[in-house]
Design a protein around this ligand. Structure first.
Ligand code: 5GP
Length: 195
């Protein structure tokens, strides 16, 4: 479990709204390089390019840094899904808003996820993509919350296990804000009250 540490909140946009920094920009880039090294090693001998599949919009920041840290060639595709539920929990019922632009049959596919909470969205995605007959299908996630253990999802790698708190930054939003924060952190309670 990643300790909840209070790193200094760096000056910048939204700084006044941030309660605590859980994972600093330096920690993110160091861990992402380790994850990319592990993935590069696993796929270095497979034919064709590794296909990275990201889910919009949260995974975009992780995806671009991760792809640049790989030492093997890769291509990128994005999907957009909407999960029915309220703002902070998901129901597992998923609708595709934007599908992949290509056929993934016989491709080596790696789903690049930002965060796994209940794991319901990912379970659905795994089932959906595996029905398209890829040569292989694996998942990496930058963040994972404790609840996912119950969903029994096999992950190739996880960046950080974090406490059960709502986090923002590095792609993750609250009401579409805070995605561009260079670190992962929590918001002050008054931010939710004022919304
Ligand atoms: P799951 O289906 O695993 O419960 O939900 C996964 C999705 O919920 C993530 O892709 C993300 O969009 C959203 N989510 C879950 N936890 C958080 C969080 O702490 N912060 C933010 N911003 N989004 C979250």
């Amino acid at each position: 479990m990643h300790d909840k540490k209070n790193y200094d909140v760096p000056a910048g946009v939204h700084t006044a709204d941030v309660e605590a920094v859980l994972i600093s920009a330096e920690q993110l880039s160091q861990r992402i390089q380790e994850m990319a090294d592990k993935v590069s090693e696993k796929y270095k001998d497979v034919p064709g390019e590794l296909l990275l599949v990201g889910v919009l919009k949260g995974a975009v920041f992780f995806m671009t840094d991760f792809a640049r840290a790989l030492s093997i060639p890769s291509t990128m595709e994005f999907m957009a899904v909407s999960s029915y539920g309220n703002a902070t929990t998901s129901s597992g019922v998923v609708r595709i808003l934007k599908d992949l632009d290509i056929d993934i049959s016989d491709r080596h596919v790696l789903i690049v996820e930002d965060i796994i909470d209940s794991g319901l969205t990912l379970s659905w995605l795994l089932e959906n993509l595996s029905s398209r007959n890829p040569a292989s299908l694996e998942v990496i996630s930058l963040l994972r919350k404790p609840e996912v253990q119950a969903a029994k999802i096999d992950l190739f790698d996880v960046g950080f296990d974090i406490p059960n708190a709502f986090v923002v930054g590095y792609g993750l939003d609250y009401a579409e804000r805070y995605r561009s924060l260079p670190y992962v952190g929590t918001l002050k309670p008054e931010v939710y009250q004022n919304h």
